[in-house]
Ligand binder design. Structure first.
Ligand code: FMN
Length: 409
């Protein structure tokens, strides 16, 4: 099935000498099936892991390897032309060696020479052993590549070819293909689908004071909410971001208000209840200490029982006040009976959409750069997204929600 974000797009796919090179075959197949033209390039060491014939047959193009191919007629393939031809250049998998070469401007193969001369967007998907990935040299090289404007799709945590468990795994081809669609769209098209709309996003945890130095909270880092605020602003919306205590930079063009407790968030959210689209991604505490001591509590010999009170239900309050045409999106982080619980919350709180993520799944939920979510609609619809970078998840969620809401108008 073609994907409008990839259909007709010209991609160079660089493959390097990692054990994960076998995944490149499936990636080529998925990209070609989505409608992309794929020009494979391999480093010489990549050909020890997977045959050029495999990638060439799937891409229906000759695989390019050498800067100096020995053509009988004296012709040569111009890496500069290819760099101009492509809409995007993806390296998957990218070895530590190739990262080091690119960070230092080496161009001793067709792939590295093309990257250096490419004017198109570059996406690098590293794959390696955990210790290679966490080595300061690799970290410095990756930072350098980011500073060139290249996008890095971070490797995932899981079982590695070495037998160790750690970070370094190349994401599955489906995840990379979905990410490439998002990435290309954000790089090549101006999507202004939320122009003139006010969007309210809540993000991060809340802190409920026990005394002046202690609090109850949770492990939310705010990454998903910040990615949603960023994606909405890129689509032209006037975005208000209510942020709990998090350590994240404010996305460009976003109006940020910092809050601490569930009470603060409740008050601030009601001030912006006129938004056209409300996305409640904050992990709001359900309970707070009944009274917060004015002075630091002193340790005693006995056990301590904390009396807790219910905090205001921010999402339910917004649901009660929902105006005609307003779209309300909630998040559910569940550890069991995910879909049933999320659907219950959707109905109880008068939401239009709920995003379900699983707290006990590796690479999803709190504190990770990636997420795997299911979007459930009040109209009974269900959209399952693959594990993706949170920025890509945010973009996909906004696409799905805006497309369906526009269709209803
Ligand atoms: C079995 C095997 C698996 C390897 N897997 C990886 C890998 O996943 N990531 C990596 O950075 N290097 C890996 N290497 C090391 C690279 O192949 C080596 O550094 C090579 O020079 C990379 O060249 P290239 O970047 O030009 O493709 C592996 C080597 C072997 C023998």
């Amino acid at each position: 099935m073609t994907d409008p974000r990839l259909d007709g797009k010209k991609l160079i796919l660089g493959v390097t000498g990692s054990i994960a090179a076998y995944k490149a075959a499936e990636l080529v197949r998925l990209l070609v099936r989505a409608g992309a033209e794929v020009q494979p390039m391999m480093t010489a060491d990549a050909t020890r892991f997977i045959a050029p014939l495999t990638l060439g047959t799937l891409a229906k193009r000759q695989v390019l390897i050498q800067v100096f191919p020995e053509n009988q007629d004296g012709s040569w393939t111009k890496h500069v032309d290819l760099g101009l031809w492509a809409d995007g250049l993806v390296i998957a998998p990218a070895t530590a060696n190739t990262l080091a070469k690119l960070a230092n401007g080496f161009c001793d193969s067709m792939l590295t020479a093309t990257v250096l001369s490419a004017r198109c967007a570059v996406l690098v998907c590293p794959a390696m052993d955990h210790d290679m990935w966490t080595h300061p040299a690799t970290k410095a090289n990756v930072d350098r590549l980011r500073s060139f404007g290249y996008t890095i799709l971070d490797p995932e945590r899981g079982e590695l070819a070495s037998g160790l468990i750690g970070v370094g795994r190349l994401p599955e081809p489906e995840t990379i293909a979905a990410f490439i669609g998002e990435w290309l769209e954000s790089r090549t098209q101006v999507n202004r689908s939320l122009e003139g709309k006010k969007v309210l996003v809540t993000a991060g945890p809340t802190r409920e004071a026990i005394d002046p130095v202690r609090f109850l909270s949770n492990g939310s880092t705010g990454t998903m909410g910040f990615a949603l605020a960023d994606a909405a602003a890129r689509r032209g919306a006037d975005v208000v971001l209510l942020a709990g205590p998090v350590d994240l930079p404010t996305p460009a063009g976003v109006d940020r208000e910092d809050v601490v407790s569930a009470d603060d968030l409740h008050r601030a959210a009601l001030n912006h209840a006129d938004a056209d689209l409300v996305i409640a991604a904050a992990a709001v505490a359900d309970y707070a200490p009944a009274t917060a001591g004015e002075q630091k509590m002193k340790k005693a010999d006995e056990d301590l029982v904390l009396q807790l009170r219910r905090t205001p239900d921010v999402l339910a309050a917004l649901g009660e006040r929902k105006q005609n045409g307003q779209v309300l999106v909630g998040f559910a982080l569940e550890t069991r009976n995910g879909e049933a619980n999320a659907r219950g919350k959707l109905e109880r709180k008068n939401l239009d959409w709920i995003v379900l993520n699983h707290a006990n799944e590796a690479g999803a939920g709190f504190g990770t750069g990636t997420n795997r979510v299911v979007l459930l609609g009040a109209d009974g619809s269900r959209h399952e997204l693959p594990m993706m970078d949170k920025a890509a998840v945010a973009a996909r969620l906004l696409d799905l929600i805006t497309a369906q809401e526009t269709a209803k108008e």
